[in-house]
Design a protein around this ligand. Sequence first.
Ligand SMILES: *Cc1c(COP(=O)(O)O)cnc(C)c1O
Length: 438
Amino acid sequence: MNTSTASNSDQQVPDSLDPLAGEVLAMLRQHDPEAADIMAGEAQRQASTLELIASENHVSPVVMHAVGTWLTNKYAEGYPGKRYYGGCEWHDQIEDLARERAKSLFGCGFANVQPHCGANANIAAFMALIKPGDTVLSLPIKSGGHLSHGLKPNFSGTFYNIVEYDLDPETERLDFDEIARIARECKPDLIICGFSAYSRIIDFAAFRAIADEVGAYLLADIAHIAGLVAAGVHPSPFPHAHVVTTTTHKTLRGPRGGLALSDDPEIAKLIDRKVFPGSQGGPLMHVIGAKAVAFGEALKPGFRTYQEQVVRNAATLAGALVEKGYRLCSGGTENHLMLVDLRPRDAELTGSDAQDWLEHAGIIVNKNGIPNDPRPPMVTSGLRLGTPALTTRGLCEAEMHTVADWLDEVMSSGGDAATCSRVRSEIAEFCRSFPLPH
Ligand SMILES: *Cc1c(COP(=O)(O)O)cnc(C)c1O
């Protein structure tokens, strides 16, 4: 299973590296061969395996290299025009560029590009909208929510009174009558929508109607679907949500980071205060530079084509798996991901076994609890599969059938070592035709 024990071997380097990456690697090899080997090993892993983790993607070389610039050397606490340190002329410009592009991408009036990650954007949103002890209504992680929406050990579950809504047990979809009923009962101060493992379109207007009825704020966390939203392939949370948070590294295909958006000048001021100095110190200006570049890419017409293909690929993969006897939670997908219930195919098969066997075979996935999963979270009866990374490499509908064949071959082999290693070489060969962005 382990792939990389080789050291200093040029075979570890994928042939399709972009020219600058090749130079960077050569420079690292001179300077620090130990670190260079590890990084080359990771490049080779990405190049020779299929990435089906729904929250991951492959950034363009331009975005990747934009993370490694002079902007990393500077403290720029504060905001453009209001910094605590001198020398921020260019940092003001790059942050303004990132903010302007984020606003046009999502069609809103205010953007804070400083959150280090999606969870940090949510910390700022909570602090801006509600007080410790206030009531938050959200979907629990076991049903597809995110840990920053109220999991006990997280800041959210520690400092706020969390009330849960759940999916309809029959349809495995949001049940707005039930959410409204719970909201009337618990009178939340904040309602959260936006999920990590939900394969259906989110009706933001329906959430806002409930929020208005009970006097709550609405936070839309679009971490997963931000790229779809930016491309107009999923409805926008604006004008419905008071605050929108997201990551920049999932379907949006930017550097690892977070983003907080709003259309209300008063709320926007609070968000800024709660990001800095409320919950972070100096911004990662090099990442903000790369966010600007990634947002520029997302504003180009090709980005919509990409997102449409992501959704078509997910639908095709979903259909192929159903044909093979797997069950999809909610019956299918309307976005970039699907939650696969493994039990109808094989009652004994667990998510954790499937994840391990598939990794041996060069297919990277994550086990995921399905709604009302009888197995514990470290075992599970499901897999979450997504198509953003494969679509970036150029895989289309025809290849989704090939991928479904490999998935089923490995999962129905009982983890047979010969099958896994044969599929692994087939995939390594296949990947040569679909190189990483270069
Ligand atoms: C991924 C995710 C996040 C958090 O992202 P990090 O960058 O890992 O902090 C927040 N909310 C949802 C719904 C997510 O799926």
